[in-house]
Design a protein around this ligand. Structure first.
Ligand code: FMN
Length: 252
């Protein structure tokens, strides 16, 4: 079983699509190749690997209720390429969107289903994930927690009234478990899809989200984006920094 996992976010680093692709990779057996489709220049490499793939998983963000434009361009080229080379891989998708409801990705899933019907590929379903930015923040917080663990242990040794190392470890473990619990249904559906990919089966389409109630998520998101806008998008350098612009499409 040869699987091609393509991360389709234009972001160079710290994209939710990249993160979800990494997690998906852990539950897919067989030969797995991971590629990035960030811009037009990446198209040839992805098409080349399409030839050898039994299954393809596209992990992408939702843009304006649909497929990002550089992915649409890829789909157009892939349609011709698959027809010319008589390729019929199974196609799966992981979509993530900024709003909290994963179901926002439904039109994107339909687009991919229609693409498969037209191109002769086998549509096998996908996972729509709501709260993509929050997912990224969660992942960053988990890494920070782990990275700061030695510092916390050291500080607690130096401070006379500091808590015991066991307290610090327990505190970190609880924090990590809470963050993990917020993503538990996403992990569940990704593992389920990974098993279906490995078995060559249909995974069905499922929508899930970061497990934060909307009435908490909305004010938190508002505050987050006000702060980000105050820093003109440069709060997390390389993450929210301006993206590389691809070559203009002469046909556009
Ligand atoms: C141009 C643009 C359009 C977007 N449109 C939507 C949208 O229609 N609905 C939504 O829920 N999120 C939308 N988002 C938010 C992204 O889907 C969200 O930030 C996602 O987590 C980005 O994924 P990535 O980190 O993999 O690039 C949009 C973001 C951008 C930059």
């Amino acid at each position: 079983m040869r699987t091609l996992i393509v991360s389709c976010s234009p972001k160079r680093r710290l994209s939710a699509s990249g993160l979800l692709a990494c997690v998906q990779r852990l539950s897919v057996r067989g030969t797995v190749r991971r590629l990035a489709l960030r811009r037009r220049g990446d198209l040839p490499a992805v098409l080349e690997h399409l030839c050898q793939a039994d299954a393809v998983i596209l992990s992408m963000p939702l843009y304006v209720d649909g497929v990002p434009s550089h992915v649409l361009e890829f789909l157009r080229e892939a349609e011709t390429f698959c027809k010319e080379n008589d390729l019929h891989p199974r196609l799966y998708c992981i979509a993530n969107n900024g709003f909290i409801e994963g179901r926002q990705s439904e039109p994107l899933m339909r687009t991919l289903e229609n693409f498969c019907a037209r191109s002769g590929l086998d549509w096998c379903g996908g996972v729509g994930v709501g709260g993509g930015v929050m997912l990224n923040v969660n992942a960053v917080l988990m890494c920070l927690k782990l990275a700061l663990l030695p510092v916390s242990l050291l500080l607690n040794r130096l401070l006379p009234d500091g808590s015991t190392p066991l307290d610090v470890l327990a505190d970190t473990a609880i924090n990590l478990l809470v963050l993990l619990a917020l993503c538990s249904t996403i992990l569940f559906f990704l593992v389920r899809q990974g098993r279906a990919v490995s078995a060559g089966a249909d995974a069905g389409t499922h929508y899930t989200r970061v497990l934060i109630p909307s009435f908490i998520f909305i004010p938190m998101a508002n505050v987050f984006f006000v702060i980000v806008s105050l820093f003109q998008g440069g709060l997390f350098r390389g993450w929210l920094a301006p993206k590389e612009i691809g070559q203009p499409n002469p046909e556009a």
